[in-house]
Design a protein around this ligand. Sequence first.
Ligand code: BES
Ligand code: MN
Ligand code: ZN
Length: 497
Amino acid sequence: MTLQFSLISTAPETVDTACVVVGLYEGGVFTSAAARVDGAAGGAIKRQVESGDITGKSGACTVLFAPAGVAAQRVLVVGLGAQKSFDAARFQKVSLEAIRALGRLPVDRAVSYLTEVEVPGRDAAWRARTAVLAADHASYRYTATFKPRDKSAQPELSSLGFADGGNAQSGLQQAVAIAEGVRFARELANLPPNICTPAYIAAQAQAFAEAYDGVTCRVLDDVEMEQLGFGSLLAVGRGSANRPKLVALEYRGGKEGEKPYALVGKGVTFDTGGISLKPGPGMEEMKFDMGGAAGVLGAFIATVKMALPLNLVCVVPAVENMPDGNSYRPGDVLTSLSGLTIEVLNTDAEGRLILCDALTWTLQNYQPQATVDAATLTGACVIALGKHASGLMSRHDDLAAELLAAGEHSLDRAWRLPLWDDYQVQLESGFADVANIGGKNAGAITAGCFLARFTEGQRWAHLDVAGTAWDEGRKGLATGRPVPLLAQWLIDRTEKA
Ligand code: BES
Ligand code: MN
Ligand code: ZN
């Protein structure tokens, strides 16, 4: 069940709900909502501050049950940390902690006044959006293939109101749309690779297109791609019984004839490495190797739900990389759709081999105003940037700046790496136009440089989301990144002067 969100303009001491949420800074500094509730409750919060029970430490949560004078059944006091250093990231963190605390209580509805708390440089719409996205994120449960054990039969949070701290309405509408995109991306990426196959991704895209006006879907199968010359993409899929698909969703929200924006996402539904087989431990995480595809599909869904006035195409090359008697091998020379030949030196560098053909096809078919690809492309990017930032590569400073700004604004950050020609020598081959790996140095960049050869002269940027698309570990889930970044980038495109 998904959470329902609304905006509330009732005072915090009189709002009729199972739990009212207010913030308190470190050192016992009250927000205005906390002060009003405290006043109505005859100093109930103040006494707990004085006793040291409530410290205001960032993310710390305290519940007051049925304080006299307050209409709500409970008051949840959330620590905001020091007021002078309160910022956007802290706002997101305390919003998440508040939802986690609500999840531990037997409440089905709550109203939060955290959206009234001032955040330097951000407006009320941003606060509403960030609070809604944090709430939706924290309340997501993966249930597609098992039922998590229910510790108790207590009611679950199903409706959440936020104080309208200004003109929050547009923030709420955007947030609900983006949250749907994030949820879609997480759910698709979390599915096991025996369910989430290339055909499954294609079916999901087709189902979405059928349900929405202005959205159409094209799916190319392996036979059609063979005829068109997708020699690189098809080589990667050759070892798998789950045949490759190329999925293209088109949304027309902009003017007739206006060039679209294009999103392209790596959709490797499982990456064994192929003949260059990966080691066994942790290989199951390679079901997330379609995280880029899930991300661009999620951003597409968010765009449609926001009804943004622009044209958008979303292209997903979906394949499975398996070892088999029919697999492609190290040493093979492939002819890509662009005509460039590629020497395969490692079958585990497959992402760039499917993306190069998908990018060529996208550029030829749609002549986009700008193209952004998202891919769980390299372990090297995780080494370089860890799990906090996606790697951004582009030869276009203006496009890179747009994407970096969208990442900052949505707290789904990226960090730029260079695509200088100096690195291109690492991809030289004696047997083809280009090799598919560039040696041990700068692995994220040489992967980007490989793609750059197929996007010459185009406004294109590459996001390596290998570190950001999922949380590692036995119970790690897909994060839905980079949906917030991409959705913000597209919102910004509609607001440009
Ligand atoms: N899907 C992987 C990249 C990856 C690895 C993402 C670990 C997240 C975590 C990609 O297809 C791959 O295998 N890349 C190789 C490239 C190498 C052979 C040049 C890598 O990063 O090791
Ligand atoms: Mn690989
Ligand atoms: Zn891969």
